[in-house]
Every structure is written in structure tokens, then in C-alpha cells.
Design a protein around this ligand. Structure first.
Ligand code: SAH
Length: 350
């Protein structure tokens, strides 16, 4: 089959096998006409299910302590240059309050894997947020835990969980995560789904050594997992990591992966990530125009944002939440889309 036929097969059937995916990816690297057709298909698919809506999530980066040592990440355990911080329950509730007043109805609690937050502490935080902000959804993004812990957080009121698989190739995964195990991470994702969370997986684009064959594996894994959300962003270097001299991921390649993900999982919630906005001034707008439908402005205290530094040059670190809220609204509307401040569940959860 030629690659155009493969694209339309994907558009119509929302699936391709590994060889077909790889062939399409290889051609998309240079075939600009095909790339533009892909982008038209992915935007149309997004609008079929979610129209012009773009959902807003308030991101609270509540701890930059981490017990893991992911090679690319600026807050990895072994980075001694990080000024570490933790937010307590009251700090987090204050972020939620500010967000609530700005209209946010989803709070994403993200952090390093910080053992200070025992299940008991986390459950208390989750219940307190649910109690104070009854009409809001809580998303957790706190890494790998046991089935039992995930279940407890769910029962306390967390209903969504973001855990990028990072890369679905085990050799690449092992290189970047020498102390971790891809099978365990995948198991976490299946556990989260089984419990009933709306689940987000995802990966980085442009990791050192990453090929189209690796990226095809990511798409095939996503299809198998069928998550409700997928976070995809370019790899960006961080000055304190051993990968500091590796070049950043490519904008167009990231857009291609986002658009393909939209076609494999037509109803997926697909964030236009901060990393894309960091790589390119209008990267987030570009992503919205090819089928992304979520943005996650920052609600973390401004004084701490620079310390949650996964990569260099992170945007919006000095801006108040209200400023971010307005700025992102303007960007969304100028791109021809409509901000949706609702909880923004996946279409199958409505
Ligand atoms: N500890 C949580 C949250 C991780 S931070 C967890 O394990 O899920 C959220 C995401 O940031 C990561 O999943 C990773 O994909 C991304 N990230 C980390 N370092 C990055 C870098 N240098 N460039 C781009 N993205 C990065």
C-alpha cells in the first residue's frame, strides 16, 4: 500500500500494524504534502468528537523531591543543584482556591516520587480537595505505586492519573531509567485502568537514540492500552544532567506524533504541552491546530516554579496564575478555538 493509502486507512479504521506505522512515519519525515494531509485528518477527527473545545487543567507541582533517577530529568535524585521543596495540604488547597476562582475545575497534582507523601497524607490531601471543591476533578501524576495505593487514592476521590510510559522500547527505556522497569510501568497503567481511572500515558520525542521504529512501538503500545489521555512532548535538555549536550526534540516530529496519536485514539484527550511551548514560542498553538484539545496552565506558587525544573528555559515561571489563565485563553481564541472550563471528562466518561 502506498503511504497515502496507509494514512487514510488509519484515518478510517484508527489502526495500523507495526510495519505500516513505521512505513508511514518514515515517509512523513520528508513528504510535506502527506504531513499536511495528516494534520488535516487529525484536526477533523478531534473536532468530530470535541468540536472547537479546549479543556483547561490547573497544574500544581507540589513536590520536586524524587527518589528516581531518570537520566533526562532535571529533578532526578542525584541532581544536587536543585532547591527542593514540598507543598503541604494547606499550600495545595490555596493553589486550588486560586484556581477555582479563576474557573478551573480540574486540578492536576504532579510531583517527583516523594516518599514523604505517604498514602495517609495523600488521601488526606485528596479528600480535603474533594471536600472543599466538590465539583472538581483531581488528577494525580506521582509516578509508580502499588495497585493497593492506586485503589486507595481512587476511593478517596482522585479520578484521573497521568503516568507517561516515556518510551515503549525496553532497551531505550532501560538506558534512560537504569533502576526502573518498563514492564512495571506498563503494569501500573493497566492497574490504573482496571481500577477505573481515566488514564494518561505518553512519551517524549527526540530522546537520544530514538528512531522511527521506537516511535512506532509507542503508537502500537498506546493502541493496546487505549488510554483516555496521552501526553507527548519534545525532549528538552537540562543543564545538570548527563544528557545536557543532547539536542532538543524536533517541533515537527512532535506534531506528527501528536497527530498520529489522534488518529489511533480518536477520542483521546491530548494536551498541548508546556514543553512544546518552551521549544517554540507558538508551539502550543501549532499543536491545537493539529488536534490537541487540552492545556495545563500552572497554578503552583510563582516563587517555586523555577525549582520544578524538568528541563531548561521552562516558560511562564514568573507569571501569576491569573496572568497564565488570560494568556492561554487569548492564545486558544486567536487560534480559532474555544476555552472550556468544565471538568472535561473523556467522552466515554460523560
Ligand atoms: N514523577 C511523575 C511525574 C513526572 S514529570 C511520573 O513519574 O509520572 C512529567 C513528565 O515530564 C515526565 O513523564 C516526562 O515525560 C517529562 N519530562 C521529564 N524530563 C523531561 C525533559 N528533560 N524534557 C522533556 N520532558 C521531560
Amino acid at each position: 500500500m502506498n503511504t497515502k493509502a496507509l494514512l487514510y486507512k488509519l484515518y478510517n479504521e484508527n489502526n495500523l500494524n507495526f510495519d505500516e506505522t513505521l512505513e508511514l512515519l518514515n515517509d512523513l519525515d520528508t513528504n510535506l504534502k502527506l504531513r499536511n494531509e495528516l494534520f488535516a485528518c487529525s484536526l477533523e477527527t478531534k473536532e468530530k468528537y470535541y468540536q472547537k473545545d479546549v479543556y483547561m487543567r490547573g497544574l500544581i507541582e507540589f513536590s520536586n523531591y524524587c527518589k528516581q533517577n531518570c537520566l533526562y530529568c532535571g529533578i532526578q535524585r542525584s541532581n544536587k543543584n536543585v532547591k527542593r521543596y514540598r507543598l503541604n495540604r494547606n499550600d495545595i488547597l490555596n493553589c486550588c482556591k486560586e484556581g477555582y476562582e479563576l474557573g478551573f475545575r480540574t486540578f492536576v497534582l504532579q510531583g517527583g516520587e516523594d516518599s514523604y507523601y505517604t498514602d495517609e497524607i495523600l488521601i488526606d490531601i485528596i479528600k480535603s480537595i474533594k471536600n472543599d471543591f466538590k465539583d472538581c476533578a483531581i488528577t494525580l501524576s506521582i509516578g509508580e505505586k502499588s495497585y493497593d495505593s492506586y485503589l486507595k487514592y481512587f476511593n478517596a476521590g482522585a479520578s484521573r492519573f497521568l503516568l507517561r510510559h516515556e518510551t515503549a522500547d525496553s532497551d531505550l527505556y532501560n538506558y534512560f531509567h537504569p533502576e526502573m522497569d518498563l514492564e512495571n510501568r506498563k503494569q501500573c497503567l493497566f492497574d490504573l485502568k482496571k481500577i477505573g481511572y481515566q488514564v494518561g500515558a505518553g512519551f517524549m520525542v527526540g530522546l537520544k537514540g530514538q528512531t522511527n521504529s521506537h516511535l512506532a512501538k509507542d503508537l502500537i503500545f498506546l493502541k493496546e492500552l487505549s488510554p483516555h489521555m496521552v501526553g507527548i512532548g519534545p525532549y528538552l535538555s537540562h543543564k545538570d544532567t548527563i544528557l545536557k549536550d543532547c539536542k532538543n526534540g524536533d517541533l515537527n516530529k512532535t506534531l506528527i506524533m501528536l497527530a498520529l496519536t489522534r488518529l489511533f485514539l480518536p477520542k483521546v484527550l491530548l494536551p498541548s504541552t508546556t514543553a512544546l511551548g518552551t521549544l517554540d514560542n507558538t508551539g502550543r498553538e501549532k499543536a491545537l491546530k493539529i488536534g490537541c484539545n487540552v492545556v495545563m496552565p500552572n497554578l503552583s506558587p510563582t516563587s517555586l516554579r523555577k525549582d520544578y525544573s524538568l528541563y531548561d528555559n521552562k516558560i511562564c515561571t514568573g507569571d501569576e496564575a491569573a496572568h497564565c489563565r488570560k494568556c492561554i485563553q487569548r492564545r486558544i481564541e486567536n487560534s480559532g478555538f474555544k476555552i472550556n472550563m468544565g471538568k472535561g471528562d473523556h467522552i466515554d466518561f460523560k
